[in-house]
Every structure is written in C-alpha cells, then in structure tokens.
Design a protein around this ligand. Structure first.
Ligand SMILES: Cc1ncc(COP(=O)(O)O)c(C=O)c1O
Length: 413
C-alpha cells in the first residue's frame, strides 16, 4: 500500500495538552479532581441562562443564522460596557467576540508568529499558551515570576541581552490571579511592563479570565476587597498617547458564567483586530450566534454581578479549605500561599519527593492534580503542582488533602 503524505512538521510527533491528557483519570470511580480549571457546577446560574436562552430564541432570526465574524453587535456592545466597568475605555468596534478566549490567543499566534519568532512567556505558564506557541514553532523565552507576578526587572534585563534578531514579537501574561501561580501582578510592575513594550516594540497579551474572581481581604480597612490594579490595556492607552496601544486584552465568560457558552473576546488595536478577523474567517466563520445571543441576553438581564459575587465568596471558602488543609496535614512537605483570587493554588513540595512518584501515589489514593512540569517550556523535573479548588466542594477538598497527605506519607516512608 502506498504511504500517505507526511503530517505537517508541528504535527509529526505532537504532544497533546498535558491537562486534557489527565481526562482518563477523571472517569475513575471515586477520584477527586483538583486538576482542571473547571468552574463549580453549583455556581452555574441555570435559571438565568434558561431565561436568556428563551429570550435568545424568541428574538429575531439572526440567532439561528451565520453572523459577522467579529461578533453580534448586541454582544460586542454589552462586552464594551463590561470593559468600561474594568476601567478599559472601549467602543463595541474594538471588541471581537471569539470562541472562548483560547481562540483569541490562537488567532493572535496565526497573525503574528512565524517559525523561529521570539515570544516571551511568563513562567510557569498556562499550558495551552505553550502548546499554541510550540505548534507555531515559536522560540519561547521564559520570563520568571515570583509571588507578585511576572518580574519586570528580569524582563528588562532579558530584553537588554536578547540579540537584535531575537527581538520579541509578543509577551504573554495573566496579570490577575494567574494560571497556575494565582499571583496578582503588582501595580508598579504593570507600569514597567507596558513601558518596556512601548520602548522595545512588542505586543503584550493580557489574558484576563480570572480578574473578577477577587477575594475579600480581612486586612482591608473596611473588610472589603482592595481595588484591583489597573489593567495593562488601560496603562497602554495612557502610554501610547494616541499611538498604537501594544496591549491586547483577552477575557471570557467561561469562568464566571459557563465554559459551555464558549464566549470569549479580544480588545486590540484595529490593525491587529482586522487581521485576527481574517484568520477567524477560515477557523469558524463566526462564534455560534446562538451562544452569543444567550450571552448577550444574560448580560442584559442584570444577573451577572450577583453570579460573579456568589463565585467570589464560594471560591474563597474553598481556597481557604485547601490552603488550611495543606498547612495542617502536609506541614513541612508541601508549601503554598493563599491566592487573592482566581481558581488555583500553586504548591511546592520537598526535593526529596520524586514528582512522578508523587503523581502516581496521588492517583492511587484517588486524588488528581496537575504536575508542575505542564507549565514549563522545558522538560526538567519540577517539584510543583497546581491545585484547583473551584470544582470540588469543601468536604471533597478536605478529603482530597487527606489523600494527598497519605500519598506523601507513603513516599516518605
Ligand atoms: C489563563 C487562561 N486563558 C484562557 C483560558 C481559556 O478560556 P476559554 O474557556 O475562554 O477559552 C483559560 C482556561 O482555563 C485560562 O486559564
């Protein structure tokens, strides 16, 4: 039989998403998963979404028709209003609806990156970003993070060292409650980062699916949430001073409303937006107008703020259960700091514990997490793990910690 043609180079030996490859374990009976960044099913506003869906279906025929690639005007307008609440001045024409914010990043990569191009990525990084960049055969240059997010001074040093032919095209960061570290990028670093982008001329992708999931802090004077630092996009508007804002802002309804809607969006300079729209034409023509109309009607219904507020309260409770459980049951072996929002706790474990052995022991104990190596561009062993507290409830989280403790104890003895 004749050989079939070769696969395109990036797909010759493709590595799938390290998180999606954990799926088979999820179906094992009794498994408690701290792995995926899944919102809690108990927080889905099914009633509100049912109303929104009914309204969407009784509207005009555009709900069941192909729509403009950039998105339905009604949703773009609603998202522009949401952006203004986040301090971002935007008109509907600057917002492009995407099929999840994941697609927005993929479109940017298609539009900007050629094999060998340099891309700066905060590390540890969201794995799908690394995957998209690997498939595009980008030259990934890691930028280190600490507990205050991406290290702007390390970035400045790196930019000084990079040879001219490795001038970066873009930088990727999740400034608000990052995935996986849970960090909030400090205000002065935000300013420095955008300043560097303006000086050196590279795009900054500000991926923000978690910014609204901020926790209350007991140490705030009135016990409320402290104000969020400004978005990079807002800083970019100011520093660009009428020129091109280098910041591309991405966000999503996945973490606050429902991932099944697959509604994300991108806010960017018109030159970039136009090219992303052309790229999207061949990917899916348009994001499902039905899903877009449900999202638009949901935002219009006024239920969104209360839904987000419920999520903030519940996720904070779950985060505290996880962090306190780790401190009391895994004291000395596993360390983590409480995040100020989002869905993830980033934990570090003793060097004496082999990462793969711990993962295997945890699976045997019926608890799942994402091993740290999924978040790095290299293949070195990493004594870290990402634990998501969003989907399991507090009793499940407590049980998961006990199981993790049993796995660690087994390895240490
Ligand atoms: C940082 C980050 N960006 C993007 C996404 C994808 O979100 P969406 O469902 O909008 O595609 C996720 C999902 O986990 C994420 O954590």
């Amino acid at each position: 039989m004749i050989d079939m043609p070769a696969f395109a180079a990036p797909f010759a030996q493709p590595a799938g998403s390290p998180i999606r490859e954990l799926f088979p374990y999820l179906s094992q009976p009794g498994m408690i998963s701290l792995a995926g960044g899944y919102p809690s099913p108990s927080l889905f506003d099914a009633e509100g979404l049912a109303h929104a869906a009914a309204r969407a279906m009784t509207g005009d025929a555009q709900t069941l028709q192909y729509g403009a690639t950039e998105g339905l005007p009604i949703l773009r307008t609603a998202l522009a209003a949401l952006m203004r609440e986040r301090g971002i001045q935007s008109g509907a024409e600057q917002v492009m609806v995407t099929t999840g914010s994941q697609q927005a990043f993929d479109l940017l990569v298609r539009v900007l990156i050629e094999p060998g191009d340099t891309v700066l990525v905060e590390v540890p990084a969201y794995p799908a970003t690394l995957q998209a960049l690997r498939l595009a055969q980008a030259h990934i240059v890691p930028v280190p993070m600490d507990e205050h997010g991406l290290q702007a001074d390390a970035l400045a040093a790196l930019l000084r060292q990079l040879p001219a032919k490795q001038r970066p095209k873009l930088l990727y960061t999740v400034p608000n409650f990052s995935n996986p570290r849970g960090t909030l990028l400090a205000a002065e670093r935000r300013e420095a980062l955008v300043q560097l982008a303006c000086t050196h001329g590279f795009w900054v992708v500000e991926d923000d699916p978690y910014g609204e999931l901020q926790f209350d802090t007991a140490d705030a004077p009135d016990g409320s949430t402290p104000p969020m630092p400004p978005t990079l996009r807002t800083i970019g508007d100011r520093l660009a001073d009428g020129g091109v804002n280098p910041v591309v802002y991405l966000s999503s309804l996945s973490k606050t409303v429902a991932p099944a809607l697959r509604v994300g969006w991108m806010l960017a300079d018109s030159s970039l937006l136009r090219r992303c729209a052309v790229a999207k034409q061949t990917v899916d023509l348009c994001t499902s107008p039905l899903a877009q109309m449900v999202a638009a009607r949901y935002l219009e219904s006024g239920r969104y703020p209360a839904t987000v507020q419920r999520a903030r309260i519940e996720y904070q409770r779950r985060m505290q259960a996880l962090v306190q459980g780790i401190a009391s049951s895994l004291n000395g072996c596993v360390h983590c700091a409480p995040p100020a929002g989002g869905m993830f706790v980033w934990a570090t474990f003793a060097q004496s514990i082999a990462p793969q052995a711990l993962f295997d022991a945890a699976v045997a104990q019926q608890v799942l997490y994402v091993p740290g190596k999924a978040f790095y561009p290299d293949s070195a062993p990493h004594h870290t793990m990402r634990l998501s507290f969003a989907a399991p409830d507090v009793p499940q989280i407590e049980q998961a910690v006990q199981r993790l403790a049993a796995a660690v104890t087994e390895l240490l003895h």
